[in-house]
Design a protein around this ligand. Structure first.
Ligand SMILES: Cc1cc2nc3c(=O)[nH]c(=O)nc-3n(C[C@H](O)[C@H](O)[C@H](O)COP(=O)(O)O)c2cc1C
Length: 301
């Protein structure tokens, strides 16, 4: 890491390098000419005439290390402003976590391998993931991200809407197939009288909403309530079950069984990425909105 000396920024650009000392390129040799169903291999071939079969290249989850490094810095910056972010798994397959309040959620997430705040559901989720692994298959799920302490007024009303920017970056995480803010797709089934977040003055005379169906964003701007997003993560495409594909060299149909170190569910890993990219967008809007002045950045960190 450069740009940081004895835990403080030194005014030079911050750069991080992560050396992958545990690569096993041979694991990927059977996908050299046979693109994996559900993965980006064939699209790379169509676009660039080549794809990186030694681990997926830019289509690999490894690329998200840069998101996490950037996010770690953004999180530090946000902490100085009292903003906290957590991501947790709320669904794996058809197993859903029950609602857990923020403080317990924070305490529970790291007590299980699945990164789920509901410890009972976490056990069932883990069993399901392991059973899919046993079958040579994989499973998807949903990751929720909550940001608290975000002031009202982040985001722009037309271009650079806060929900637009969050959706864009969350959707850019590999394997994410859907994004919702607040009630999201559920709101399509509802009436306004059921889901409008009604206002009231709280005991400190601050205006709050009684519910948070909008996920803390209205009109493209934060309203001071927690910012809540959910992403749908598809099942890891590289599985050892037999699948149909094509042999690009021979120009014929074939089958593929993918070996190597592929997670049977990537949701637990995606929590760190979702948390990081959310931090990057919020830190960016805090600076753009004048909530944090760039000349104070060194001091703040
Ligand atoms: C943290 C993380 C880890 C991943 N690990 C794997 C993996 O082990 N095997 C795999 O086939 N895909 C893995 N992926 C998913 C692929 O990167 C992704 O599915 C692929 O790029 C194509 O899907 P897309 O069109 O949804 O991006 C991972 C993704 C992330 C974010």
């Amino acid at each position: 890491m450069s740009g940081i000396f004895e835990g403080k920024t030194d005014g030079t650009p911050i750069a991080g390098i992560v050396y992958n000392t545990n690569q096993k390129s041979k694991d990927y040799s059977n996908i050299k000419n046979t693109p994996r169903p559900g993965h980006g291999d064939l699209c790379w071939m169509e676009k660039y005439g080549i794809y990186d079969y030694n681990g997926g290249g830019r289509g690999s989850g490894r690329t998200t290390i840069s998101h996490v490094i950037g996010g770690a810095i953004a999180k530090k910056l946000l902490k100085t402003q009292g903003i906290e972010i957590i991501s947790h798994v709320v669904q794996i397959g058809d197993i859903e976590a029950k609602y857990i309040d923020y403080e317990n959620l924070k305490g529970n997430i790291d007590k299980n391998n699945v990164k789920c705040g509901d410890l009972e559901a976490a056990k069932l989720m883990e069993e399901l993931i392991l059973s899919k692994k046993e079958e040579g298959d994989s499973i998807g799920g949903i990751v929720e991200t909550i940001a608290i302490g975000v002031p009202a007024g982040l985001g722009e009303p037309v271009f650079g809407k806060l929900d637009g920017d969050l959706a864009q970056i969350l959707m850019s995480i590999n394997a994410v197939k859907g994004v919702e803010i607040g009630l999201g797709f559920e709101s399509a089934k509802s009436t306004a009288s059921e889901i409008n977040d009604e206002f009231h003055y709280d005991e400190n005379n601050d205006i709050k909403t009684r519910t948070n169906n909008s996920g803390g964003i209205l009109g493209g701007m934060s309203n001071g309530m927690p910012i809540v997003s959910r992403i749908a993560v598809k099942p890891t495409p590289s599985i050892s079950k037999v699948q149909n594909t094509v042999d690009l060299k021979k120009g014929e149909n074939t089958t593929i069984e993918i070996s190597g170190r592929h997670d049977p569910c990537i949701c637990p890993r995606v929590t760190a990425v979702a948390e990081s990219v959310t931090a990057i967008v919020l830190a960016d809007h805090m600076i753009r909105g004048g909530f944090i002045h760039p000349t104070n950045l060194n001091k703040s960190l």
